[in-house]
Write a protein that binds this ligand. Structure first.
Ligand code: HEC
Ligand code: HEC
Length: 210
C-alpha cells in the first residue's frame, strides 16, 4: 500500500470512528432525555416510585401509562373533578407545563408488572375481565382496556400489572359514585352491577396482566 493510500485509509477510519462516537453520544442524549426527571417529578417518587413503579399497593403505578390519561387525571384532581385529598396539595403547585412534563416522563418509564394476586388463568377474575358478566350486563373489561390490559390512548388507561388494592378501590369508587371523572359515565355504568367479590376477583387478575 502506498503512503498516499494509507493516509486516505487512516483518515476514513478516523471519520468512521468519530461518526460512530457522535452517533453513540446522540443516543446517550436521547436516553438521558427520557430518563431525566423534570424537577417537578422529584416529589412524586416518594409515593409512586422514582420511575413510576410504586411499591405500595395503595399508590398506583404510573410508569408506562398513556401521557394523555396521566395529564387528564392531574388536571381533574387540580380542578377537584376527581377527589384526591392526598394528591390535591401536590397538584396545586404544578403549572399546566409541569403536568404535561411529568406525564411525559412517567409515560416513558418501563412498567414493571406484578403477578396475579390469585385469580390467574381460568379464574372468575379472568372470566369477568375477558368476557364480562353476561347475566348482569357487565361488559368485558377487555373491550375497552385491551386483552392484555394495555389500554388505548388517549381515553382508555392501561391497567396491566396495577396493584390489585388500587384497582379494587377505584372500581368501587366509580360504582359508589365517589369517582365521577369518567367520560360518558363509562366506568360508573360498567361497575354498577358488580359485587365486592366480582371487583376483588377482577382486580386480582389485572395485577398479573402483562
Ligand atoms: C403522598 C403520596 C403521593 C405523592 C407525593 C404523589 N402522589 Fe400521585 N397519587 C397518590 C395516591 C394515593 C393516588 C391515588 C388517588 C387517591 O387515592 O387519592 C395518586 C394518584 C395519582 C395519579 C392518578 C393515577 C391513575 O392511575 O389514575 C397520577 C397521574 C398521579 N398520582 C401523579 C402524581 C405525580 C405526577 C406526582 C408528583 C408531582 C404525585 N402523583 C405525587 C399519592 C401520591
Ligand atoms: C366502555 C368502556 C370501558 C369498559 C367496558 C371498562 N372500562 Fe374501565 N375505564 C374506562 C375509561 C374511559 C376509563 C378512564 C376514566 C377517566 O378518564 O378517569 C376507565 C378507567 C378505569 C380504571 C381506573 C384506572 C386508574 O388508573 O385509575 C379502572 C381500575 C378500570 N377502568 C377498571 C375496569 C374494569 C375492571 C373493567 C371491567 C369490569 C372495566 N374497567 C371496563 C372505560 C371502560
Amino acid at each position: 500500500m502506498g503512503l498516499r493510500k494509507f493516509a486516505v485509509l487512516v483518515v476514513s477510519i478516523m471519520i468512521m470512528v468519530i461518526g460512530a462516537a457522535s452517533h453513540a453520544e446522540d443516543e446517550a442524549d436521547a436516553a438521558e432525555a427520557v430518563n431525566k426527571a423534570p424537577a417537578s417529578a422529584q416529589i412524586c417518587g416518594s409515593c409512586h416510585g422514582a420511575d413510576g413503579n410504586s411499591m405500595v399497593p395503595m399508590f398506583p403505578k404510573i410508569a408506562g401509562q398513556h401521557p394523555e390519561y396521566l395529564e387528564k387525571q392531574l388536571k381533574n384532581i387540580k380542578a377537584n373533578v376527581r377527589m384526591s385529598p392526598v394528591m390535591m396539595g401536590i397538584v396545586a403547585t404544578l403549572s399546566d407545563e409541569d403536568m404535561a412534563a411529568v406525564s411525559q416522563y412517567f409515560s416513558q418509564q418501563a412498567p414493571k408488572v406484578g403477578a396475579a394476586a390469585g385469580n390467574a388463568a381460568g379464574s372468575v377474575g379472568e372470566k369477568i375481565y375477558q368476557g364480562g358478566i353476561p347475566g348482569s350486563g357487565v361488559p368485558a373489561c377487555a373491550s375497552c382496556h385491551g386483552t392484555n390490559g394495555q389500554g388505548l390512548a388517549p381515553g382508555f388507561p392501561r391497567l396491566a400489572g396495577q396493584h390489585a388494592t388500587y384497582t379494587d378501590t377505584q372500581v368501587k369508587a366509580f360504582r359508589d359514585g365517589q369517582r365521577k371523572n369518567d367520560a360518558a359515565k363509562m366506568m360508573r355504568m360498567v361497575s354498577a352491577k358488580m359485587t365486592d367479590d366480582d371487583i376483588a376477583a377482577v382486580a386480582a387478575y389485572i395485577q398479573g396482566l402483562k
